[in-house]
Design a protein around this ligand. Structure first.
Ligand code: ADP
Ligand code: MG
Length: 478
């Protein structure tokens, strides 16, 4: 069945056409766009998937469809073989493993999932991975394929939280229930929660998982209430094996929601189902949280994720550069680790910025380049920061900054969010990816789209133009 490269390209295009006609667009985008046809060989049609999780998923869910597609296109029985490798358009990279803060490979016997270590997230893997449409998993499970255990750098600041998460994957509802992670923003709580979701799915593909932000939980509750579907809502959350709620501090001061969550919690805990929560504060520090919830949140393990120290920061900087195919010199890592703040999201943004700058200027990454790059990261007097833009826009539209950063797509939030992205593009030196990161980890294409949309609106609508010009003036003056 050997075929020339051009014939192979043609076959693959036809196979994808067939698949596209047989699945929903979202499924196609999620599962098929990152695949690559390796070869049409005597061993069958060899298709490359971005990581082991993908491979397993494709094997379990889409093998038949792809075999039918290939048989149709090749006009004969076709056998499909999935492998793990680098997806289309990706530079060749080594396999990532778990390293501790000294750069030593993690001790697998200590619990790093053995089969997860080959997971190689790729830039072509969709950032949001809806897993629910063909399984019994209720709700939509949206995960970032980069947030896996092998990609998580372990150090003293997060060792307890990391170990607890691994333990929960190995023994759900047996060791720590609930597991409550807390710490400042940008320190890896969401990463860990999603890593547990991936790890648990990898261990048991049939597991029923709900992972969502507390804000989404609240929104679903409100729409269930309004639509008279409270029973449905309750069944959905009370019939899972693993419930992960991110940013549970969002329940602060919301009495009715706390009551609802209290019952969800009890139902799951009694049925010995695992609950994992994350928060920016410890249970007793969440404002106006009912005492019975505070006490329940402490039933299992409360683990704090702390800001990383120098060694961990350095290891994270190395890791983030390596994911982008770069090895940084020791003095560069040292400079970044000592100069940058401990917020890992910001560390990541800085590393990315420096890599992009070096690429654009066709220069090596040295300390001098970092100095220039970092100067741009910290706003100079008169320069606008993305935080200032968000608070200005939030204020004008009577929203919270968390609304702008969240996932809600209601009209009243989408437009202000797009306005922020437009202003971010025109007033800050942030890259598309950095801007996307500030708005709930959105993709760079979303930022580009938002910018274009606002430009269009400004052309058509003089009021919009006046408003945006005013925002820009006010922000520059502030
Ligand atoms: P939080 O939810 O605590 O605000 P996130 O989980 O969103 O923080 O982490 C912010 C960014 O930093 C993410 O891109 C995440 O992958 C990265 N990150 C955080 N901690 C680590 C770590 N220990 N190793 C590697 N990346 C990390
Ligand atoms: Mg988070």
């Amino acid at each position: 069945m050997a075929a020339s490269p051009s014939a192979q390209t043609e076959v693959w295009a036809l196979v994808l056409d067939y698949v596209r006609a047989h699945v929903k667009p979202q499924q196609f985008e999620t599962w098929f766009q990152s695949l690559r046809l390796e070869r049409l060989g005597s061993d069958g049609v060899v298709i490359v998937t971005p990581n082991t999780f993908y491979k397993r998923w494709m094997d379990n869910h889409y093998r038949d469809l792809l075999e039918r597609a290939c048989s149709e296109v090749l006009e004969g029985d076709a056998n499909v073989v999935f492998t793990v490798g680098v997806s289309a358009g990706e530079p060749e990279q080594g396999v990532e493993r778990s390293f501790d803060e000294t750069g030593q490979e993690g001790d697998r016997s200590a619990g790093v999932l053995p089969h997860a270590s080959a997971d190689l997230p790729s830039a072509t893997t969709p950032r949001l991975l809806p897993l629910s449409n063909e399984t019994s998993i209720p709700g939509t499970l949206q995960l970032n394929p980069q947030y896996t255990f092998p990609q998580f750098v372990v150090g003293p600041s997060n060792r307890l939280a990391h170990a607890a998460c691994l333990a929960v994957v190995e023994n759900p509802a047996q060791v720590y229930n609930p597991l409550f992670l807390h710490g400042d923003v940008g320190l890896g709580k969401t990463h860990l929660l999603q890593a547990v979701s991936f790890g648990s799915l990898d261990k048991n593909p049939a597991i029923r998982i709900v992972y969502l932000s507390c804000e989404a939980f609240v929104n679903e509750y409100i729409s269930a209430l309004q639509g008279g579907e409270l029973e449905l809502f309750r069944n959905r959350y009370r019939n899972v094996d693993l419930l992960l709620i991110d940013d549970i501090h969002f329940l602060a001061s919301k009495k009715a929601l706390q009551e609802e969550f209290f019952h969800t919690f009890n139902a799951l805990h009694t049925a010995q189902k695992q609950i994992i929560l994350s928060s920016d504060a410890s249970p007793h520090e969440i404002p106006d949280l009912e005492a019975r919830l505070v006490s329940r949140f402490k039933w299992g393990l409360v683990a704090e994720v702390e800001p990383p120290q120098y060694e961990t920061k350095a290891a994270i900087i190395r890791r983030k550069a390596k994911i982008r195919g770069k090895k940084l010199a020791d003095e560069v890592v040292d400079y970044l680790a000592t100069t940058l703040d401990s917020n890992i999201r910001e560390l990541e943004g800085a590393v990315l910025k420096i890599i992009v700058m070096a690429g654009l200027q066709n220069q090596d990454i040295d300390v001098q380049l970092c100095k220039v790059g970092l100067k741009e990261l910290t706003p100079r007097p008169g320069q606008v920061s993305i935080t200032e833009i968000m608070s200005h826009v939030a204020n004008h539209f009577h929203l919270k900054i968390s609304d702008l950063q969240g996932k809600k797509r209601s009209k009243s939030i989408v437009l202000p969010r797009q306005i922020c992205m437009y202003l971010g593009r025109s007033l800050t030196p942030c890259s598309l990816e950095e801007l996307g990161g500030h708005f709930g980890g959105r993709d760079h294409t979303t930022v580009l789209y938002s910018e274009g949309r606002i430009r269009e609106l400004m052309k058509r609508d003089p009021e919009m133009r006046t408003l945006l010009e005013r925002f820009a003036r006010e922000l520059k003056r502030a």
